[in-house]
Design a protein around this ligand. Structure first.
Ligand code: GLN
Length: 551
């Protein structure tokens, strides 16, 4: 008989933002290091068909996959923690997607005149999506978005309840993440919120097998017993998920607590002990770096924090590659425009302008590019950050005084960044995004020596993920290259044959590189992205006293 596929469903209680994504990803990492073929799935209870159209400020970053799927930022956590799984649009779906496919089928007469209902049609569709995502794996860890008790997540919870009945408790495990707050005034860890949230789960027929209690201290035995008693589990099924300084420590704590051991025992999976020594060594590098640098991230105020999650992580990974702590200093580009905060640039070992949309703060970002170019401070421009580097170079070095982007000056005379000819006139901007993985050819060297791009990648063919509409305009490319900007990566567009610029750099500058793609989506703590590793290395050599100092 074929091996039975196993499922772990992770639900969250009490409130959001207690780390369900990281907890699920950490469990995935531990299961994978036991040699199990793992995949991860995120089900989100909102009606957008995908998060591509949602404000990153509201929902956090949009994480792009190879196949161009625009997914929830938790897919980013999964990608960074789980090494071998390959994620596609199947691994992330929303209520919107489920309803969309049910309604389409209904319109096409697919329900043979039946009344189409939440149970069984929506729940069946959810189960079908889960199975489809899990098809190549032996174990699927499925995170249910939202908080138990929300109206929106009910169909998901009902679907997973049914799955447990259909597939058996030896194949389906329920993990519930809750909060156990320490109330200083009482000097106590409080279990009531957990009791309530589990009560709510049990009311809809789900008895959690494992409780993961987010807390700021180890939960003592007597408190675990109390939680167990009220929640109908043994104290051995109650685990602490303690606050840690680095998210990458979470799997190590879980392993120490015996969480993965309990999970495999409950699912009847026989595995060897996990080998987490390499992961532990990586965490040790984060905990005890030998040096530190400060990177100035120049963006709009509203772009910060969660919308740059992968970027911040990729910088940490770049630090791991160099035994270096990376301090991130957010610099508001709109303030720079007003002449405020320029002195901050004098304190950083590297300047990074990340991806972005919209005109606000653009000139401030261009000032930051100019600062890094002129002062020979390492510069890393990602997507919009590359486009602005090209504009800055065009304006101040190539003599194209009006250089701009068509995104901000639709009628500009010298739009060095523009839509591809083939996309002009296309009204539906949603359709013109270049999304997902595309190959890029890396220029290995010039007469002056190897390029920065090749020094980082050590390969001439790479693949990177994209999420943008505008490109370096071929009309001005020659003039800008003649003025000294080097195109060190390019991609020939399949349909039009247009040669698209993927990477630029300035020869003779210690490290000035822009890329049209988003390398942060491919960086993992165990495999830091070469460009981030190269940028941080250059930052350690910025020569700025007091910043890139030895610890
Ligand atoms: N707004 C720019 C474009 O659409 C850059 C996008 C980005 O930085 N992700 O091309």
């Amino acid at each position: 008989m074929a091996k039975q596929k196993k499922f772990i469903f992770v639900t969250g209680g009490v409130l959001s933002s207690i780390g369900k994504g990281i907890a699920s990803a950490s469990l995935g990492m531990l299961m994978e290091s036991r040699g199990i073929k793992v995949t991860m799935v995120k089900m989100d209870p909102y009606l957008n068909v995908d998060p591509g159209t949602m404000s990153p400020f509201q929902h956090g970053e949009v994480f792009v996959l190879d196949d161009g799927a625009e997914t929830d930022l938790d897919l980013g956590h999964y990608s960074r923690f789980v090494q071998n799984a390959v994620f596609s649009r199947k691994n992330s779906f929303t209520t919107g997607r489920i309803y969309d496919s049910v309604i389409r089928r209904e319109r096409a007469g697919g329900y043979l005149g039946k009344t189409v209902q939440v149970i069984p049609h929506i729940t069946d569709e959810i189960k079908r999506h889960i199975d489809e995502a899990a098809v190549d794996a032996d174990l699927a860890i499925v995170e249910v978005g939202g908080t138990v008790g929300d109206i929106e997540s009910l169909p998901f919870l009902e679907a997973i309840r049914q799955l447990r009945v259909e597939r058996g408790s030896e194949n389906v495990l329920f993990v519930h993440l809750t909060l156990v707050p320490y109330i200083a005034a009482a000097g106590e860890l409080k279990t009531k919120p957990t009791q309530h949230s589990v009560k709510e789960l049990r009311e809809i027929g789900i008895q959690p097998d494992i409780l993961l209690c987010r807390t700021d201290r180890v939960i003592p035995r007597d408190v675990r017993e109390k939680i167990g008693l009220f929640c109908n589990v043994s104290a051995e099924q109650v685990f602490s998920a303690i606050d840690v300084s680095s998210i990458y420590e979470v799997p190590l704590y879980f392993a120490e607590e015996g969480l993965d051991e309990k999970v495999v025992e409950k699912l009847g999976i026989w595995t060897s002990k996990p080998d987490i020594s390499k992961w532990a060594a990586m965490v040790e590098k984060i905990r005890k770096p030998k040096q530190q640098v400060t990177i100035g991230i120049v963006g709009k105020y509203t772009d910060w924090r969660d919308s740059y999650k992968s970027l911040a992580e990729a910088l940490v990974h770049g630090g791991v590659a160099n035994d270096c702590r990376v301090n991130m200093l957010y610099i508001d580009s709109e303030e720079l425009e007003k002449g405020v905060g320029r002195e901050l640039l004098d304190t950083v070992d590297g300047v990074l302008v990340p991806g972005g949309f919209g005109e606000r703060g653009i000139e401030g970002k261009i000032q930051a590019v100019e600062y890094a170019r002129v002062n020979k401070i390492p510069y890393f421009g990602i997507c919009l950050g590359m486009q602005l580097a090209v504009i800055e170079y065009a304006r101040h070095v190539a003599g194209l005084k009006d250089a701009h982007s068509e995104e901000f000056r639709p009628d500009g005379r010298e739009n060095v960044i523009a839509l591809m000819e083939s996309q002009k006139g296309v009204k539906d901007l949603g359709g013109t995004m270049r999304l997902g993985a595309y190959p890029c050819s890396v220029l290995s060297k010039t007469a002056a020596g190897p390029t920065k791009a090749y020094t980082a990648y050590k390969k001439e063919q790479i693949t990177e993920r994209h999420r943008h509409r505008f490109e370096v305009n071929p009309r001005f490319r020659g003039q800008i290259e003649e003025a000294g900007l080097l195109v060190s990566g390019h991609h020939v567009h399949r349909e039009t044959g247009t040669d698209l610029v993927e990477m630029v750099e300035i020869p003779g500058h210690p490290w000035f590189l822009g890329c049209q793609f988003h390398p942060e989506f491919l960086s993992k703590p165990m495999v830091p992205h070469p460009l981030f590793a190269g940028f941080i290395k250059a930052a350690t050599q910025s020569g700025r006293k007091g910043q890139a100092k030895l610890l």
